[in-house]
Ligand binder design. Structure first.
Ligand code: C2E
Ligand code: MG
Ligand code: MG
Ligand code: MG
Length: 298
């Protein structure tokens, strides 16, 4: 309807909104069966040490291979799963797959025998980062399920990092922090994801059981201009020095160019993730990357 006049544009917008609502409804009702039918899969994106480009680990990112709509990204269905509670079994599935995958890499890179306490490959054992949404954080089975999976698979707790968004922890009371604290005491790392997008009080960081800050992509974007915005530089520099003084490691998201990587390395960030290094992909690719101990792969 290219010829549609102003009045019709609203109808078109309404129709689009309706279509989106219908799709949302359809996706929501299809979620439980999708989990049973095995329509979800995980892509892994490497996390790289900024100083030498070696692979530190990977973040697990879930996707849905929908029979009609094709591959859907998590932004399309995680909020729906969150809303219906399906996020709990889905999250458990992601955790299990990811922990098994980390163990498989560990065994492959340490020569196949999987000897306990082995030093792993040249880059050390790969770590796996798994995202948690707020509902999972509130679920009473979180600690038990996590411990059970780690035990059963045999992955050391120190190889797992759970990512929780800053906004999920804003105003969190001790009850909400307790399970994270328990996991942290067992050696599981907790990362504060998308850091800088919430309104958290920096002083608040001290009372959170987190050991990693993941700087949001919006900061990395500020490094893209050449020369980078001096105010952005100052802000990142300040966050990094605060984080380090609290003994938190700093990861940056969304690194797309070598110039950004270099800038962030100079600012003292520890690890990075982004298209410059690799897009999210199948687990075999990560294995190959760490064997090659490669830097940029694009
Ligand atoms: P996130 O945890 O902040 O993950 C990083 C997102 O940035 C991913 O999007 C990743 O593909 C994207 N990304 C990585 N490098 C670059 C880059 O250089 N440039 C740009 N433009 N983007 C980059 P993705 O895979 O679409 O995931 C979106 C969000 O969905 C995640 O954000 C996370 O909050 C959520 N999510 C993904 N998997 C899970 C899961 O298993 N459970 C839960 N609860 N949430 C998940
Ligand atoms: Mg994340
Ligand atoms: Mg993030
Ligand atoms: Mg993000």
């Amino acid at each position: 309807r290219a010829k549609a006049a102003g009045g019709n544009r609203y109808e078109l917008a309404d129709a689009e909104a309706d279509a989106r609502a219908i799709t949302r409804h359809g996706l929501t009702t299809a979620l439980p069966a999708a989990l049973e039918r095995g329509e979800f899969f995980i892509e892994y994106q490497p996390l790289v040490h900024l100083d030498d480009g070696s692979v530190h680990g990977a973040e697990a990112l879930v996707r849905w291979c929908h029979p009609q709509h094709g591959v859907l990204g998590p932004d399309r269905f995680i909020p729906l799963a969150e809303h219906t509670g399906l996020i709990v079994p889905l999250g458990r599935w992601v955790l299990e797959q990811s922990v098994r995958q980390a163990m498989a890499w560990h065994e492959q890179l340490s020569g196949g025998s999987g000897g306990a306490g082995g030093a792993g490959g040249a880059a050390g054992p790969l770590r796996i980062n798994v995202n948690l949404s707020p509902t999972q954080l509130h679920h009473p089975g979180l600690v038990g399920d996590t411990v059970e999976v780690l035990d059963r698979v045999g992955l050391p707790p120190g190889s797992l990092c759970l990512e929780v968004t800053e906004s999920a922890l804003i105003g969190a009371d001790e009850d909400l922090l307790k399970p994270l604290r328990q996991l942290s005491e067992m050696g599981v790392d907790i990362a504060l994801d998308d850091f800088g997008t919430g309104y958290s009080n920096l002083a608040n960081l001290r009372r959170l059981p987190v050991s990693v800050l993941k700087l949001d992509r919006s900061f990395t974007q500020g490094m893209q201009r050449h020369p980078a915005d001096p105010v952005d530089l100052k802000i990142v520099e300040g966050i990094v020095s605060l984080a380090h003084s609290l003994e938190l490691a700093v990861t940056v998201e969304g690194v797309e160019t070598g110039a950004q990587a270099e800038q962030l390395r100079r600012l003292g960030c520890d690890t990075a993730q982004g298209w410059y290094y690799a897009r999210p992909g199948p687990p075999e690719r990560l294995h190959a990357l760490s064997l090659a101990d490669a830097g940029p792969s694009l």
